[in-house]
Design a protein around this ligand. Structure first.
Ligand SMILES: Nc1nc2c(c(=O)[nH]1)N=C([C@H](O)[C@H](O)COP(=O)(O)OP(=O)(O)OP(=O)(O)O)CN2
Ligand SMILES: [Zn+2]
Length: 141
């Protein structure tokens, strides 16, 4: 039987607040760079994260799966929901105490933590919708 290849992905929404503020910039530079998003009291988002499988995942002929989506769900709970959902990213997540909580850096954070708990060569892309219009994709580069 010819080998088959498929792609899997799981979407998960999470809510968090943050403030765009870089420790490497002065207060005036922060205001200039981030504008309203530098408001000291922060603001919130209903983020939507999507974890997609690797570039060429084989469908196991015995199980019929690329990987069990239940395992991906458990990984998302551990890496995204537990540390990020209903949190203040800058105050509750140590990683963002020195890293500005842009959507790009949220995607990098999720990638760096998810790649440690998934089987090797499975994770292909993390896509984060910060708003309906602002979307970031990260592939581990
Ligand atoms: N490169 C990035 N730019 C911006 C980010 C980011 O993470 N990476 N984040 C923000 C702010 O967090 C902000 O909350 C999002 O911008 P905002 O203008 O509120 O969102 P929309 O563009 O969807 O708002 P509309 O007014 O409806 O267009 C800013 N920049
Ligand atoms: Zn924001």
């Amino acid at each position: 039987m010819a080998e088959r290849f498929g792609y899997i992905s799981r979407v998960q929404s999470f809510s968090a607040c943050h403030r765009l503020h870089s420790v490497h910039l002065s207060d005036e530079e922060n205001r200039s760079v981030y504008g309203k998003c530098n408001n000291p009291n922060g603001h919130g988002h209903n983020y939507k994260g999507e974890s997609s499988s690797s570039t060429h995942p084989r469908i196991d002929p015995l199980t019929g799966m690329v990987m069990n989506l239940t395992d991906l769900k458990r990984c998302i709970e551990e890496v995204i929901m537990d540390p990020l959902d209903h949190k203040n990213l800058d105050r509750d997540v140590p990683y963002f105490s020195k890293v500005v909580s842009t959507t790009e850096n949220v995607a990098v954070y999720i990638w760096d933590h998810m790649v440690k708990v998934l089987p090797p060569n499975v994770l292909y892309e993390i896509k984060i919708h910060e708003t309906d219009k602002n979307i970031v994709m990260y592939r581990g580069e």
